[in-house]
Ligand binder design. Sequence first.
Ligand code: B12
Ligand code: SF4
Ligand code: SF4
Length: 226
Amino acid sequence: MIKSEDVKKKAKKLGADLCGIAYVDRFGSAPEGFRPTDVYPACRSVIVVARRLPPAIFEARSRSPYSMVSETERVQALDTVAVELCNWLYDHGVNALPVPSDAPYDFWDPVRKQGRGIISLKHAAELAGLGRIGKNTLLVNKKYGNMINLGAVLADADLRPDRPVKETYCIAGCRKCLDACPSGALDGVTADQKRCREYTYRPNRRGQEIVWCSECRRVCPRSSGV
Ligand code: B12
Ligand code: SF4
Ligand code: SF4
């Protein structure tokens, strides 16, 4: 039987900075259709991986470094870690499948421009003990703050789970992220995706996709750690 410690060691060898494990029964309060077992009925454990981003990208006068890092870290690096981890698990007798760290996903409401991942990675990370979700709706890790991106693997093995973090990482009375959001997309619980998307994701003059805003991430006093 494979051990959680070995899975974590392998995830880190593959390039993850963090790895946490949640038992699938913890997802009972997730919306129907978005539980790990809705995606993969044999799922017993959710392995969540994270990669950190260099905080200095917020000091750049150009949006290109952040846009590049968002693309390579989320879409490329984390998906590769997830796929490689699935293959390694398979070689050790465990069936596992990767959760896309961004696209594609199935749910889309064109009027509200609202998408949903096949599972919500920030909720999965919280349940796997990697941190707490802040009022900006981002996962905050104690060591790296919100400057991490997430990926996950759904596995059919019972792995020893990590303990979720109990304390909140948001500062009492703080609403910096809510006040800083230029599109008024945040209410402290969820994000109005239409507002955020229309403001944030537009091409530059050369037609290259740029992430124009990440104020809710940048202004947070927990941005690079608690
Ligand atoms: C769609 C999407 C967006 C949307 C919506 C974001 C959001 N708040 O959900 C938009 C376009 C706005 C967006 C923007 C950004 N995103 Co985005 N996004 C996603 C994506 C692909 C899906 C998220 C999703 O499903 N949201 C819909 C639902 C879950 O959100 P909700 O309505 O708040 O959920 C409610 C219920 O549905 C319920 N619920 C849903 N699932 C579950 C599960 C459980 C167990 C429970 C209890 C409840 C529950 O609880 C919520 C409260 O009622 C994820 C990748 C992924 N698969 O998770 C990345 C992701 C969340 N994004 C990420 C990032 C980095 C960003 C940006 C910072 C990018 C930037 N501009 O710089 C901004 C931040 C904006 C913000 N403050 O949210 C990272 C977050 C990393 C982190 N540290 O938390 C993710 C995880 C991508 C990744 N692989 O790392 N994103
Ligand atoms: S990325 Fe920008 S527009 Fe979107 S929620 Fe954060 S601050 Fe608001
Ligand atoms: S800016 Fe303040 S309220 Fe927003 S997530 Fe960070 S600590 Fe929480």
